[in-house]
Design a binder for this molecule. Sequence first.
Ligand code: CAO
Length: 468
Amino acid sequence: MSTINIEVPDIGDFSDVPVIEVMVKPGDRVEADAPLVSLESDKATMDIPAPHAGVIGQITVKVGDRVSQGSVIGTMEVGEAPAAAPAAAPAPSPAPTPAPVAAAVTPAPSAAVAAAQVAAPVAAAGAAPAATTQSARGDYTPAAGAVALPSAADIAAELVGGKKAHASPSMRAYARELGVDLARVKASGPKGRITREDINAFVKGALQAPAAAPVATGGGGLDLLPWPKVDFTKFGDIERKPLSRIRKLSAANLARNWAMIPAVTYHEDADVTELEAFRQQINAEQAKAGVKLTMLAFIIRAVCSALKKFPEFNSSIDLQAEEPALIMKQYCHIGFAADTPGGLVVPVIRDADKKGVAQLAAECGELAAKARDGKLSAAEMQGACFTISSVGGLGGTGFAPIINAPEVAILGVSRTTMKPVWDGSAFQPRLILPLSLTADHRVIDGAAATRFNAHVAALLADMRRVLM
Ligand code: CAO
């Protein structure tokens, strides 16, 4: 038998936390991890566990005392001298990590590949850090199989919604390992404590829940209601039409991009009166040669110039790397949305910045025709830096396009209309082209987006500026 001190383990960034309850007395026999003392900060309630099985020697704190990591709260008699670092001693997270957000239950390594891909950055943000143990020197080193305890950030995240989960550090560690949001676990232990059985029951319940019913994540995830299941035949005749392959793929991509990118759409009007007159003139002059300059080709040209002036629009954000970064592209491939019978596809014009308007128009025409015939190769739909979605040939006064990840912006183009524009002394009829730029706010602030949009509009108003 030997006597050891019972110390407060790592409790995140908290210090001077009041003791709100002492659960044992000298002479009590306890199991390893049994709760000895409860602490309550303004953010969380935490139990200090027994580091070993043994008999309590003395408890040196009382309700109202304040403790921090390393404070001795008592002594206990244990069977054998423990190793330098008690097995159950909690270890700190190497970096603050938010509570799991992809789902309340995240069986991480075995998650479906598709789900992992779709939710990758979210899942990465919620991934548990490498577990750590404390060495005899007191520094922390990774330990296989060990479980990292929640950091202060975990605890704060868990408290979203105001509910305090009452659980020991080892139960928090267990919940964390399973990706369980403790705030959602029903406690059955003494005085509302969450036990291992409670966590197991929660996981079991979550796994048995219908797949269509996403589990709420206490604020970290999307917390969506299940998709409505409606028997439409109750209301009239229906026909069930299978989704095309393109629509299935684009549905998944669009949903991810819409949900994961904090996107804002900025609107601008471009005065294309002169440009349209020029386009018509060239097309009339060169009709015999088969040249047809399209508005889209001029817009691509203008966008290439704007991407050179505002290079952050020609980037992708990499949040999954150890050191998050912006990938700045030194090339300029432009995607354009093409409406096809099978659904939306985005052919890509390579090195669009090196091509003239006539060539851009010709390539757009060829790629759009291939898209409609379902003959685009995978390579012809890859590598875009920026996408243009033009519905101008169809109509529209403005819309909010969805960014084509991992790009950081997309330009929506609607129909030109003749509008009265005040020139300082009179209204003039001007041909106005509505531009709607959606940008990823993680990369592009509103001011930059507005400048970019205004620049594209200025270029379209006077394409000579492209030469500048
Ligand atoms: N305003 C008014 N008219 C326009 C216009 C605009 N902004 N843009 C094109 N037009 C006119 C053209 O002048 C042309 O008419 P004419 O034949 O009389 O000259 C007609 O519309 C068709 O234009 P186009 O053949 O030049 O085609 P386009 O360059 O406008 O578009 C493409 C090509 C592939 C972009 C288009 O066919 C398409 O698929 N658009 C839909 C894209 C889409 O679905 N976007 C939404 C994606 S998000 O859901």
